[in-house]
Design a protein around this ligand. Structure first.
Ligand code: SF4
Length: 195
């Protein structure tokens, strides 16, 4: 296991492209890069919980920092209702339930469980169209649980040496493309992957 905790918000980025978590960490520190597209989906929807304004309900934890020792994960929960045990991760708009979204709530689930909370239900919430997507907990979906652990292993062992991006569509949609030397949109690489 790497010494540094894995940021919960990096899990989805890593699945999109491992290189993007490097830029994400700079972005977090500098707040200089204009966000757009899929990579903004979580960030904007978390504004309210980070400011603890989503709900005034006393039993609602919002934007609270958590740490999961078992998987060495650090981050924030979006919203968790202590009374009902419902953990919700809000997104601006959900069109596809990506594995990264599910793994983000898994990470929050494990952190809250370690802290002694009973998490009875986990779900994703699409804010723009007001849709709720129930998610099985990791023990109810062993295949996804194994995939979750594999992604964490991959993050812990990732090396930039030898990394090659093979999906030009990702680079085309990537908010970090202009900064990225691994981009397939640069130079001769572009024509190779276009054919
Ligand atoms: S530009 Fe391409 S290789 Fe670079 S971070 Fe984005 S998706 Fe990854």
């Amino acid at each position: 296991m790497s010494e540094n905790p894995i940021s919960i918000s990096n899990i989805n980025d890593f699945i999109f492209c491992p290189v993007s978590i490097f830029f994400h960490s700079i972005d977090e520190e500098e707040k200089m890069i204009t966000r757009c597209s899929d990579q903004i989906n979580g960030t904007e929807s978390h504004k309210n919980s980070d400011l603890a304004t989503y709900s005034s309900k006393k039993s609602m934890l919002q934007g609270v920092s958590v740490y999961c020792e078992e998987y060495n994960l650090l981050g924030k929960i979006d919203t968790f209702d202590v009374e009902t045990g419902i953990l919700t991760e809000r997104k601006k708009k959900i069109t596809t339930i990506y594995d990264g979204y599910v793994f983000q709530v898994y990470a929050q689930y494990f952190a809250l469980s370690e802290m002694g909370y009973n998490v009875n239900e986990i779900r994703l919430y699409s804010m723009e169209d007001n849709k709720v997507y129930p998610i099985e907990n990791p023990y109810e979906n062993i295949i996804m649980f194994e995939k979750f652990k594999k992604v964490l292993d991959d993050i812990n062992t990732f090396s930039f040496n030898g990394f090659v991006q093979t999906n030009i569509l990702k680079c085309e949609r990537c908010i970090y493309e202009l900064l990225c030397s691994f981009s397939l949109l640069k130079g001769d690489v572009k024509s190779v992957y276009r054919t």
